[in-house]
Structure formats: C-alpha cells, structure tokens
Ligand binder design. Structure first.
Ligand code: SAM
Ligand code: ZN
Length: 367
C-alpha cells in the first residue's frame, strides 16, 4: 500500500491486523513521532549545520526518506532483507539519494563512528543499541522505546532487566517510563565519557521518544551522572520526595502520613527532560504539510509550558484519594498559583499537572 507522510510517498506492505507478523513494519500511529522528528532535524540543522543522519532500524525507510527530503545525508540500516529492499524502492520512488545498508545496526555503528545524528527505533527496548549509538553519534541521539509496560513498572522484572533500574507502577507512570529510559541512556553514554542533555522528550501510551544532545567530554559525563537519583512515593497519600545521587537512601515511613507503604524507584533521571528554547524552535518548524501539525503544535506547546519537576500528579486520582469530586483543572491550577505555588498542565494526560506544592498543601488549597 501507498503511504503519504509530509512531502514523501512510500510503499509498505499491507500490515497484519494484530500488528505482529514478518512483513516490513510500518505503524501509522507513529506519524506524529516522525513529524516531530522532521521538525527536530530542521531545528538541529539550523543550529549546528550537521549533515549526516543514520536511521539505524529503518524498516520501510520512512524516517530516512523523510530526513533525505529535508536535505540530510542519510544512511538507512536494517538486518532484514525485505526491509532493505523496501528502503531502496522508497528512496528511488522519491528521487532521493541515500545509502542503504543490509547489516546488524550494532555492527554498522561500531564500524562507522562519527555520524552526526543517530536514530534508534527498534521493536521494544532500544537499550541493546545504546552502547553503539553513543559511540557512533557525534551530536544527537534520537530514541524511541515502545516497551512502555516494562518502563513504567507494570512489567516489573522485564523493566529491571532491560534498564538496570527499579521502575515502580505509580500514578505518574508515563513520566516514570521516560525517566527510567533517560537514566539508562545517560548511564550508558557516561561509560564512553559522553554527557547527554535531553532537548525534547514526549510520551504516549504506546511509546517514549527522546532526543539527547551529546557532548564527548568526561566532565560533561560527570555532570550527567549528577542528574540521577531516586523517587520515594507514598501509596497511601501520594506524597513524593526525591534523593539525588546513586546511593539509595529510601524512606521507611512517609514524611507526610507516616504510612510504610513507600515505593522507591531509581536510579531515575531527575533533571530536565527538555529545553524550552529547543521545544519552541521545533514548534516553529512544524509546517502545514505535516499530517499531524495541529496535534504536534499542541503537544509542543504543552511541553514548553510544563514546569520542571521530576514527577506529575493526576488530579482525578488525588480527588478520589481525598474522597471528593474533582473540580475543573483550570480552577484547580488557578487555586494553586493564587496561593503562590507554581502549577502547569503536562502532556502526560488531560488530568495531569505539575506543581511545587506537596499533597497536603494541594488538599488544603483546593478542597
Ligand atoms: C519498529 S521497526 C522500525 C520502524 C521505522 N523506523 C518506522 O519509523 O516506521 C524496527 C526495525 O528494526 C529492525 N531491526 C531489529 N533489530 C535490528 C538489528 N540488530 N540491526 C538492524 N536492524 C534491526 C527490524 O528488522 C525492523 O525493521
Ligand atoms: Zn504518605
């Protein structure tokens, strides 16, 4: 079947309804992920003058073809014979040049270091490709992870195995997933004296996407490690607290309600998950021909306005906890800001928000 995205048209096989099969993979639900990637690549090229882009898990080559249409010097890599054939056809069909490599992505990245931008988009966890990616990429690593259940602690042991960290299934599960992923990526990069700065990240129910600017300096890798730490979360009252550093020192008792139902997660990335200037620049480069322009702009606006805190709350969950019916989000957030606290919506869900008020202050102010 033919698929149109942005300015390109590609050929992909009819996809099995279950989403599982051995045909070359294409997921229409990831169009916004790819549209935002195009806007990120425009921003990155304007800022750095970078030229080379590796689509390390290319499948149909849709990301690579779209990057080539933006003027990038593209390599598409896949170890699947049919995928490589599709990539060839799709570059030719769009009259674009691109290098197509039939290879294991890790082998290719180890042998071809110094690519400006590396994009990882495998099935499930990207961690098996992270070591090679941080050695191969010169300035930006883009990562999609679709294993959201392990990342957010719903599939606990799988999360522990993949990410060498303890995820917990909390009411901020989407952000838990992102911060577990960022932690594992940061620790991987640091092994090669590479520091990372997340310039943009977003999460849906189906995937986590993040863009990490890299710096090949040991001192920057040290600074990256300083962004890691732990979150203690009280299941009884939803109070959270964070501890910086790699030495876990979990609370036995909740400082707010004295319950012992404390869940500790980590090491998590506690630092910023985006840079506001970067997000604003990407938003400006979302143009009309992008199929998800409206949704992408809305998402980027929300992210740019999010206050920088390591966890978010869910207003409905809190109201349930307090045994009251929820007031409107606007009223709720206004009550917090009028009392001198910071508060913002977040992109993690319609009823989610961030604030520097703790649960007790929130309850006092909004009920
Ligand atoms: C989720 S698909 C990629 C989707 C594509 N990037 C898109 O946006 O539509 C993952 C691809 O990674 C490829 N892949 C998995 N392991 C690989 C490896 N070790 N080396 C190269 N490609 C690999 C698979 O063959 C598959 O085509
Ligand atoms: Zn508590």
């Amino acid at each position: 079947m033919e698929v149109h995205e942005g300015t390109v048209t590609i050929e992909v096989p009819e996809q099995p309804e279950s989403g599982v099969g051995d045909v070359v993979f294409y997921n229409p639900r990831q169009e916004m992920n790819r549209d935002i990637t195009v806007a990120v690549l425009r921003t990155w090229q304007d800022r750095t003058g970078d030229e080379s882009y590796l689509d390390a898990n290319a499948a149909s080559g849709i990301r690579g073809v779209r990057a080539a249409a933006e003027g990038w010097n593209v390599t598409c890599c896949d170890y699947d014979t049919d995928a490589v054939e599709h990539c060839r056809t799709n570059f030719t069909r769009n009259d674009l040049d691109g290098r197509i490599v039939h290879r294991d992505a890790n082998a290719y990245m180890h042998e071809n270091k110094g690519v400006d931008v590396v994009d990882l988009d495998p099935f499930g966890t990207p961690i098996p490709f992270a070591d090679a990616a941080f050695q191969c990429a010169r300035s930006l690593v883009c990562v999609t992870a679709t294993d959201t259940a392990p990342l957010c602690g719903a599939h606990f042991q799988s999360g522990v195995r993949s990410y060498s960290a303890v995820p917990r299934n909390t009411d901020f599960h989407a952000e838990m997933g992102l911060r577990i992923l960022l932690s594992a990526l940061a620790r991987t990069a640091a092994r090669y004296d590479v520091g990372v700065t997340p310039v943009l990240s977003h999460v849906t129910r189906h995937y986590v996407r993040t863009y990490l600017a890299t710096s090949h300096r040991a001192t920057d890798a040290n600074a990256t490690m300083d962004e890691l730490g732990y979150v203690d979360h009280c299941e009884a009252c939803l109070y959270r607290t964070t501890t910086e550093g790699l030495i876990a020192n979990p609370h036995d008792v909740c400082p707010n309600c004295e319950s012992t139902r404390i869940n500790t997660a980590g090491p998590l990335w506690l630092g910023p998950t985006h840079e506001v200037d970067f997000v604003t620049d990407v938003r400006e480069r979302i143009t009309e021909e992008l199929g998800t322009a409206t949704r992408s702009r809305r998402l980027l606006d929300t992210i740019a306005d999010e206050i920088d805190r390591p966890t978010h709350y869910d207003q409905h969950r809190l109201s349930k906890q307090w045994g009251i019916s929820a007031i409107s989000m606007d009223e709720f957030l206004e009550a917090l800001t009028e009392s001198g606290y910071e508060a913002s919506r977040t992109h993690y869900g319609g009823t989610t928000f961030k604030t520097n008020a703790d649960v007790e202050a929130m309850r006092r102010i909004t009920t």
